[in-house]
Design a protein around this ligand. Structure first.
Ligand code: UDP
Ligand code: MG
Length: 355
């Protein structure tokens, strides 16, 4: 848990830019020392003031203890401890709410999103893109099954929704102030973050990168959690499953009419074919299956509406560390295209004040 503290400003620091790194953490004690070192290196390579916000998503290993130590010793690090495990997408949201930078970069803690790629994201952002996402051109250390299901999911989502959600893109991205402000105005409980950024538009660009295997530790996305995320993504961004009921019902009705015609033919011409037990059971079970499936689909949407109407806060913060050391205020005229005046009061001020 020994932490080397690097003081002072990063090399070639440009006072006109401020970056925030958001890192969701869930039981990552094994990888944290390595991550912290890589983040320190990155901070020194970035051309502006940088803060790293670690969001502990209810870890029950030694992650929090380690992070509290590191954050206390390093002025650029901050820690948000959520009161329990709220899930990856909510942890990202909590970090983005608290970020003070002009550009916010979200990345996984397990070094599958290599910190060096952030430099490429920043370079692209400076070309004038509001959202720059990192696209996985190669995925290492992931099973064939995971790659196949992921690819199937991205393609299915593309077919299901009219929102432009880029393929093979996770949550590793850089977001400019306009996109950040829009994100903070989106109150939905069912948060599929990459879909939300796809929905909002703006000038977006991709930076390709090869995704390495997880540095240490286990994935926090087992198969059932992936299915859950995929189902929520579809429910949040597509009404098509609801329309399935209509088309499914029509198709079954057409089949029923054809079967009825066959029954009448058999009765009229006494071909000896009697509609027996097998066909009856087949039809009943088919209809029951479709009925149950569609009830489930409707149930998912009703569940989503239920979560929204309760209007609960998205997350609960248990403890904040390091936020008393705010990033240095930069005069408006120095900031990239005088953004401060356009951003207004960030939502995080409201969120953190509620504590
Ligand atoms: N994570 C989180 N809350 C969760 C699950 C995951 O904050 O409930 C974090 C995790 O610590 C990591 C990131 O989300 O930083 C991505 O998780 P993981 O690497 O396990 O996913 P995978 O890359 O295997 O899809
Ligand atoms: Mg990972």
């Amino acid at each position: 848990m020994e932490a080397t503290v690097i003081q002072g400003t990063g090399t070639g620091a440009n006072v006109s830019l401020r970056y925030s790194l958001v890192l969701p953490i869930y039981n990552e004690e094994q990888v944290l020392p390595r991550l912290v070192e890589r983040i320190r290196l990155l901070i020194h390579q970035l051309d502006g003031e940088t803060e790293a916000i670690f969001v502990d998503d209810g870890s029950h290993d030694g992650s929090v203890r380690y992070l509290r130590c590191v954050v206390a010793a390093e002025p650029r690090f901050r820690l948000i401890e959520l009161s329990r495990n709220f899930g990856h997408q909510i942890a990202i949201t909590a970090g983005m709410d608290a970020a003070q930078g002009d550009a916010v970069i979200v990345m996984d803690a397990d070094l599958q999103d290599p910190p060096e790629v952030v430099l490429d994201l920043v370079a692209k952002w400076k070309e004038g893109f509001e959202i720059v996402y990192a696209r996985r051109v190669k995925r290492e250390g992931e099973s064939l099954f995971k790659r196949f299901t992921a690819s199937l999911f991205y393609r299915l989502l593309e077919k299901m929704t009219t929102v432009d959600i880029p393929r093979d893109v996770g949550d590793f991205r850089l977001v400019g102030p306009k996109a950040l402000r829009t994100f903070r105005q989106m109150p939905e409980q069912d948060r599929f973050v990459r879909g939300m950024f796809g929905w909002m538009g703006f000038k977006q660009a991709a930076v390709p990168f090869e995704r390495p295997a997880r540095a240490l530790g286990q994935t926090k996305y087992p198969f059932w959690k992936m299915v859950h995320l995929a189902a929520h993504a579809i429910v949040s961004f597509s009404e098509r499953p609801l329309r399935l009921a209509l088309w499914g019902g029509l198709a079954i009705s057409a089949l029923a009419v054809a079967f009825g015609a066959f029954a009448i033919y058999a009765w009229a011409f006494e071909t000896g074919v009697v509609a027996g037990w097998t066909s009856t059971v087949m039809i009943v079970s088919l209809l029951c299956g479709i009925n149950l499936f569609m009830t489930g689909v409707v149930g998912m949407y009703v569940g989503s509406i239920h979560a929204e109407v309760k209007r609960r806060p998205l997350y609960v913060i248990d403890r904040l560390t390091g936020f008393d050391r705010a990033m240095p205020a930069v005069p408006v005229k120095n900031r990239r295209s005088s953004r401060k005046s356009r951003i207004g009061v960030p939502a995080n001020v409201r969120t953190l004040r509620q504590l």
